[in-house]
Ligand binder design. Structure first.
Ligand code: GAP
Length: 593
């Protein structure tokens, strides 16, 4: 392992340990040995997640006039997953180890070099036999005896008790068959030969109804987005909105990830925060506005404009989401990966991954995709319920077009269909039928989809906030100090409230009064044990941005001018200021929102 990789692992271990020690994140079902890829949030983690959820919800729905919220169920009619393509294509290609049946993602096998050894089978003195050929890789530099020991022990694990002790297993008819260089045909951990790549669907199956037959199969949703599409018409019809507008949803999603890893980064149960922002097709924009605005470097994205097509809307949402991340303290650690035409699904026009620096590398935090009308059209086709909307403005604008102008629009689209490099071009008759509906004001909206993961966001925020340094105390003793420098908006606890001494009833009474006043508005923590320095340190470690100390001055012992004032300590600067109790809320609330 390189020094960089070691440092990354050490940092991640510290973060995982802090999360457990201070009640942010626990392994699920830990007392029973855990449950792979599932994590529970403790008291502080629950607050952190709630703050992130609220920040997303407020920014993406409440503070906007053009986005509405939805809270749909996890279980849905399985036809939704057929229409969306998840039943047929939401799969990883997996290869199985012939020695252990362990699966590995086909694209996660690192090239390995060594000698391929083959046995005709194995047997044990108790009469147990394994009559199947065994092929495994003796890695370069590995001793033949430790290789054999490894193979015996893997076979024993696979066979269970029947095979007896691993060291007594005899490997039959060893034969060196080949030397390989950079081969991807052996399991990275076991060295066993891998089988053909096969698709493995990531959806978690369950049954709806008491009979538990194949007819009752449905799935725990692998994304929240599909419920938004399935309810699009209900929201549109009940909310007096016009395209462009969006529907946002926060909720649980489940994926039977083959290799859950990096703490909560890739889990099997997680929460998504997704927006489906519905827009007019570019042709409708052109008919209404006479042109479709072209994106260019430095284009003004501050206010949406009527002549925006999918490209400007897509750029707009990338800019909006970037602002959001800056507002929760993740500015400066973001990168962008613009998917290449080869990466993109056939229906997608563009997709950018917003990446963030995690201790284990720079990885995806959110994806923002321009998905055309694929999703609603799929549901229209499979449900046979129209997902079209009627646009009066479009109908009126189209009525003013001459036949030549209409034909020119059709020809432009036909040329674009012909130039497609992915997916089948739309047949001319279908293009003409589509334009006929469009000229009457009807179309299936297109969509821009910013899709974020709450758990990844929480992990990113913790990792960015984590800081460790050495400090020498009054007695010359070195200690390691940990601080979480959370942005106050997301910090689980906003204010620590401390009486200077716990054995002075007047200080304690005043401190509890201040605490009661603040906690109605901000999540606060009252602490009277240990020295004031220790109490500050305990709050620094969980990222509390402010500390309020009630001392003798507060009680008027140093004169009337300091009476009813407290010390307000700022975590990051260490600055301490004297603030009137009556001014505290007015000062803290804007800093925390
Ligand atoms: N509807 C689009 C969609 O679901 P995705 O890229 O598969 O797209 C969106 O997921 C976001 O959900 C990701 O960027 C990530 O933040 C989060 N996410 C996806 N799989 C996850 C997992 N196994 N564990 C934690 N978060 C995950």
């Amino acid at each position: 392992m390189s020094t960089d990789a070691k440092n990354q692992t050490a940092l991640m271990e510290k973060i995982v340990s802090l999360c457990k020690r201070r009640g942010f994140i626990f392994q699920s079902s830990e007392i029973y040995g855990g449950c792979g890829g599932i994590w529970d949030y403790g008291p502080l983690g629950a607050e952190l997640k709630r703050n992130l959820r609220t920040a997303w919800w407020n920014t993406m729905t409440r503070e906007r006039e053009d986005v509405l919220g939805l809270d749909a169920c996890i279980l849905m009619n399985p036809s939704i997953w057929k229409a969306s393509g998840h039943v047929d294509t939401f799969a990883d290609l997996m290869r199985e180890c012939s020695l252990t049946n362990k699966r590995v993602r086909a694209d996660h096998v690192e090239p390995q070099s060594g000698t391929v050894l083959k046995y005709t089978g194995a047997q044990a003195p108790n009469g147990w036999r394994w009559d199947r050929p065994i092929t495994a890789l003796l890695k370069n530099g590995e001793h033949i005896e430790s290789f054999r020991k490894r193979v015996r022990s893997l076979i024993a694990q696979n066979a269970g008790e029947a095979a007896g002790k691993p060291e007594e297993i005899e490997l039959l008819n060893e034969e060196k068959i080949d030397a390989v260089n950079g081969s991807v045909d052996f399991h990275p951990e076991t060295g066993g030969m891998l089988g053909e790549a096969r698709p493995f669907n990531l959806m978690l199956k369950t049954y709806l109804g008491p009979t538990a037959t194949e007819a009752d199969v449905t799935y725990l949703r692998p994304e929240t987005a599909q419920a938004i599409f399935a309810q699009f018409k209900n929201v549109f019809d009940s909310s007096r909105v016009k395209v462009p507008f969006g529907i946002g949803q926060i909720g649980k999603a489940f994926r039977n990830e083959v290799t859950p890893k990096n703490f909560t980064f890739r889990s099997r149960e997680f929460e998504q925060m997704e927006l489906e922002f519905f827009i007019k097709p570019d042709e409708a924009v052109e008919i209404i506005s006479g042109e479709v605005a072209k994106w260019h470097e430095g284009a003004d994205l501050s206010e949406p404009q009527p002549n925006w097509g999918w490209e400007m809307w897509h750029r707009y949402w990338v800019a909006e989401r970037t602002k959001f991340y800056e507002g929760i303290g993740l500015g400066g650690v973001l990168e962008y990966y613009w998917q290449t035409p080869e990466d993109l699904a056939h229906y997608a026009r563009a997709c950018v991954d917003i990446l963030c620096e995690f201790p284990f590398g720079t990885e995806e935090l959110e994806g923002i995709a321009a998905r055309g009308d694929f999703d609603l059209s799929q549901h229209q086709k499979h449900s046979t319920k129209s997902q079209e909307i009627f646009d009066e403005e479009l109908k009126n604008a189209a009525a003013k077009l001459s036949d030549e102008q209409k034909e020119a629009l059709i020809q432009k689209r036909l040329a674009a269909e012909k130039a497609k490099t992915k997916g089948d071009p739309m047949p001319e008759a279908d293009v003409r039928a589509w334009f006929e509906r469009l000229f009457k004001g009807s179309y299936v909206p297109h969509v821009i989809e910013p899709s974020a993961g709450l758990d990844r966001m929480a992990l990113a925020v913790i990792a960015k906030a984590f800081e460790e340094f050495e400090k020498v105390d009054d007695k010359g003793k070195k200690e390691t100090i940990t601080v979480l420098r959370f942005h106050p908006r997301v910090a689980p606890i906003k204010v620590g409230v401390f009486p200077l001494l716990k054995n002075k009833p007047e200080l304690v009474a005043k401190a509890r009064e201040v605490y009661s006043m603040l906690k109605k508005h901000l999540n606060c923590f009252y602490d009277e044990t240990a020295s004031i320095g220790r109490r500050y340190a305990r709050q620094d470690e969980v990222g509390t941005p402010f500390g309020v100390t009630i001392d003798f001055e507060t009680c008027g012992e140093k004169g009337p001018e300091l009476q009813d004032t407290v010390t307000l300590r700022h975590r990051d600067s260490g600055e301490q200021e004297r603030v009137k109790i009556s001014d505290l809320l007015g000062k803290l609330l804007p800093l925390c929102s």
